[in-house]
Design a protein. Sequence first.
Length: 500
Amino acid sequence: MQLSIGQHMKLGLQMKLAPKMIQSMEILQLPIMALKERIEQELIENPLLEEPVQVTEMQEFEADAAAEATLRDDPAPTKPLEQQELVVDSDHNNATDFERLMEMAPSDWPEDDYTYSPRLSSNGMDAEGDRRHDAMSNMVSRPQSLQEYLLDQFRFFTCSPVVREFAEYLIQNLDHNGRLPNGLTEMAELYGKQISSDDAQAALSLIQKLDPPGVGARDVKECLLLQVKPDHPVRQVLITLITSHLEDLCQNRLPVIQRKTGYSLDLIKDAWDELKLLDPTPGSDYESTPAPNIVPDLFVEQDSTGKYVIRLEDEYTPRLNISRKYQQMLANGTADAQTKEFIKRKIESAKWLIESIEQRYSTLKRVAQAIVDVQTQFLEHGPEHIIPLKMQQIADVVGVHVTTVSRAVDDKYIQTSRGIFPLKRFFGGGTQTADGEEVAWDIIRIKLQEIVDAEDKNDPLSDDALVDELSKHGYNLARRTVTKYRKALNIPSSRQRKVY
């Protein structure tokens, strides 16, 4: 085999995305609160970006009065400025545009075309202050952890320092369910200090007396047994079920338990009802996992004609414009060459960001409006009237690529009169009925739940029987499809649904 080194020419096509296009796609995909964070970060990194100064109604009145006074003192008309678009891109040096900026007198600078929002009135500023105050007042304080709760209780026990220290060690190592992750012997070995088996067991016994009942258990069975009170009327039956028949209970094999234990079905069912009241994860209630705060990006409202129209949320988005101070530095010639180059780059970056935000606003609004136009029945009558819809259909209506629709709806929520829904909720496939009508999968799942709810629980329907029942309503589905939807709806099998 012979190796050689040489130069070769190769002709090929390669598609590259411009930085501006990449940023536009990134901005489009961000939900409203993530966009807010992105803008705040850009405000820190780019000194040419700024939020317009909020002007009160009184300040506006005073400014207008001063302007009128100036006109009275100097009535000569000012020569209007030639309006030209400032173009900043990566394909030109933009020399003409920046020279035009530098030749302008600072007083001749036009109002910035890249201001993101109108000024707030005094009432608007008061409302903004009230909103922030309410948000701060409604912040959830950190709840007490399971370990803190147990340690507070353990202080009232009387025990030796050795037992107390090891018990505190065990408490700190309980998992989120309130159970020991390892056996007592293993925990003693991991402890790092010498401790006798008697002292270790004494520490664990004290922990298992704490509230909530069941903490300190080493497995599910021990957890449940710790919660069975000594004076419980069916204590022995409960102990038998927990120690030997949990799997049979999960599979609803009550006749098997009856045959093995000799207990009557009524006694087993009574004990099972009591068992359901016990908590296999007593520590989970102390997990500090606050519910996610969903802020909708869009609102759908009806106009005077009854048509559903889209409104975008912009309350949380900071207003932006390009700093006039730095523009004037280009115009008055005080900046050196390095500073001018820096300002040019930052102007370009600022314009890209503002234009990307505006593009996000336009695309998201058009996509959401197209979705709402299709799903009017959903909004008027509920989810059971959803229409099968694919992203490609919306892409065709809006005139964009399907990936743009996917980015637009990703992690976005819409506020409707029926609640808040993710935009992706309005998409979904479907099937044809026996009459050839297109029906969404959501409607089939709702019908499946209705059939199961109405069945005879003494003789529940098998998956094959569910297929037959759905076909009576015009939904012809394969058995595996019905099984998949049954499991997705957390509907147990027919054997598990049977009532004895």
